[in-house]
Design a protein around this ligand. Structure first.
Ligand code: FAD
Length: 287
């Protein structure tokens, strides 16, 4: 039996943070031997492709772990995307998560990549050796009022060449299972990794859920209500909650788990300690 894919996501340090943090994060995660680590990409004025490429290079060359780089393109020209892809290729990247990126107030889109499916098609054409992944939203993307329409739009991304989908975080597995059924009905057959973000603080949980239109189930509200003022206890409860989510997903035949690490290796290691038997190695790495 094929085991689920297991991947991790890290983000580059913010401009005013010390670069060392990301290495502490990678040191703390490398021995979990994920199938890949993905590195996020800034957007609008936050976009700094060199830092994403540098971290990708370190993950690939120093830690010897396959790497996926994110790339947003709404505010990028074709030329800039070309340069970025060349940079990624030079860093040893073999897969890109192709994203449109959020619409930002005060910024004018470049007009070349209005939706992720256009970027997927472009990368497939320009870099046929690269794998292209796409993002998906079990509770629907916040801009799309109709879930069915959102899935139809997702199908364009897959038809354009996305070979794996990684989901936005969710706390209610039932939402994910319903979404999977919708993908089946729409003829989307590529693997879908479930995005799991451990609860790390009351503020971040509520903000993320609000921003992404993610439902907070009653159980999570209870945890936030009881331990919202004590981050240490809340995080312990969050480790247990995420572990339970993962074991339920694995029992239900999930294609993969993508853990949003938030650059907190300690919590991720504890979750891994609880669930690693569910990811026994089979036929080797996926990338
Ligand atoms: P799209 O797939 O283009 O979808 C955006 C909206 O347009 C949806 O409402 C969709 O229904 C609609 N749509 C799609 N295609 C069409 C079409 N052809 N015609 C009409 N409507 C269409 N953001 C960052 O800035 N950096 C990151 O590193 C990053 N990483 C992420 C990783 C994951 C796993 C996820 C789930 C999200 C990530 N994001 C990141 C956030 C992402 O950029 C936003 O959610 C963004 O608003 C949508 O990007 P997308 O690629 O999903 O867009």
């Amino acid at each position: 039996m094929r085991r689920p894919i297991f991947s991790l996501e890290v983000f580059p340090p913010r401009r005013n943070a010390t670069v060392g943090t990301i290495y502490d994060t990678l040191d703390g995660l490398a021995d979990l031997q994920p199938d890949f680590i993905s590195v996020t990409y800034g957007h609008g004025s936050q976009s700094d492709r060199t830092i994403t490429a540098r971290i990708a290079h370190t993950i690939r060359q120093e830690y010897r772990i396959p790497v996926v780089t994110h790339l947003t393109a709404l505010y990028s020209s074709e030329e800039r995307v070309d340069q970025t892809l060349d940079m990624f290729e030079a860093a040893g990247v073999r897969a890109v998560l192709a994203l449109r990126g959020d619409q930002l107030e005060g910024y004018e889109p470049q007009g070349r990549f209005n939706y992720a499916n256009e970027l997927v098609a472009y990368i497939r054409e320009k870099h046929p050796d690269m794998l292209v992944f796409g993002a998906c939203y079990p509770e629907g993307h916040s801009e799309c009022p109709d879930m069915k329409q959102d899935v139809e739009n997702l199908k364009r991304k897959v038809d354009a060449g996305a070979t794996t989908l990684i989901s936005q975080l969710f706390y209610d597995n039932e939402k994910f299972y319903r979404f999977r059924d919708m993908l089946d009905a729409a003829g989307i057959t590529v693997p879908v990794e479930a995005g799991i973000m451990p609860i790390m603080s009351m503020k971040s949980t509520i903000n993320m859920a609000k921003r992404g239109g993610v439902t907070i189930p009653k159980t999570v509200y209870l945890l936030l209500d009881k331990w919202g003022d004590d981050t240490n206890i809340l995080r312990s409860a969050g480790v247990v909650y995420a572990s339970q989510q993962i074991s339920d997903l694995a029992a239900n035949g999930v294609d993969g788990i993508h853990l949003y690490t938030m650059n907190h290796p300690g919590d991720i290691r504890r979750i891994w300690g609880n669930v690693q038997n569910l990811f026994e190695k089979d036929d080797g790495r996926r990338l």
